[in-house]
Design a protein around this ligand. Structure first.
Ligand code: PGA
Length: 265
């Protein structure tokens, strides 16, 4: 059965002190919640992954290394193994500090740093080679949706970015659907729009890799997901969780989203 995941993309936010406070508060909330769950029916807590800025990754690893249920990842990696790339970070380095996940192809990387599917495919390859779980992002811009091209745009991003992988490699991926018009804008995709696209993505996987693989891959929704709308989004059969930006910066909000995921099975 595929994993339910709630991931927090902190982007370029928080001082170190703020990051440590946020992580500490999150831990307290999860611990407290787990204690109450032991008496309740079952523990179907989703997997939680946080994506702090690079410079805080080791600090977060210190906090979460031996902590069950919260993993740490990086927001990006370089597409080469190593070398003269001043200011860049390799997938192997991320792995070497104990992190387990890496976001690849976030729309901010695509639009602000000119990353295309070909380059992202190289990143995915290196992430997998270094035993990281890539969280591969896809999603259309508003004019593409308005022109009715959103299904094709997402299909192309998957086709060129990840559908060249072998079946066993693809199964190690998490996919995040993030409509660009919903990221940081307060405009969330409706639960129906999210389900429709997630079902489309799963069908694309099924058509290329078969039923089993399609059923095994977690597909997260991202784009102005918050404590209020998360429940309705997660109630959809193909929405396995969320990649949360703004609302992951406050422990209370993020934890509420984690609970919405848990409540929705
Ligand atoms: P948002 O960001 O939740 O602030 O819209 C989501 C993301 O970019 O991953």
């Amino acid at each position: 059965m595929r994993k339910k995941i709630v991931a927090g993309n902190w982007k370029m936010n928080l001082s170190l002190e703020e990051a440590k406070t946020l992580a500490g508060e999150l831990k307290v909330k999860i611990d407290h919640h787990k204690d109450t769950l032991i008496e309740g029916a079952g523990n179907n807590m989703p997997e939680v992954v946080i994506f702090p800025p690079y410079v805080y990754v080791t600090r977060m690893m210190d906090l979460f290394m031996y902590y069950d249920g919260v993993s740490v990842g990086a927001q990006n990696c370089h597409h080469e193994e190593n070398g003269a790339f001043t200011g860049e970070v390799a997938a192997s380095m991320i792995r070497s500090v104990g992190a387990s996940h890496v976001i690849i192809g976030h729309s901010e990387r695509r639009s602000q740093f000119g990353e295309d599917d070909k380059l992202l495919a190289e990143k995915v390859k290196l992430a997998l080679k270094n035993n990281l779980t890539p969280v591969y992002c896809c999603g259309e811009q508003l004019p593409e949706r308005e022109a009715g091209k959103h299904f094709q745009v997402v299909a192309d991003q998957l086709l060129h970015g990840v559908f060249w992988l072998e079946k066993d490699q693809l199964e190690r991926l998490v996919i995040a659907y993030e409509p660009v018009w919903a990221i940081g804008t307060g405009k969330t995709a409706s639960p129906d729009q999210a389900q429709e696209m997630h079902a489309h993505i799963r069908k694309l996987i099924r058509d290329s890799y078969g039923e089993q693989t399609a059923e095994n891959i977690s597909i997260l929704y991202g784009g102005s997901c918050n404590a209020k709308n998360a429940g309705a989004l997660f109630a959809n059969p193909d929405v396995d969780g969320g990649l949360i930006g703004g609302a992951s910066l406050k422990a209370e909000d993020f934890f509420e989203i984690i609970k919405r995921r848990q409540e929705n099975g």
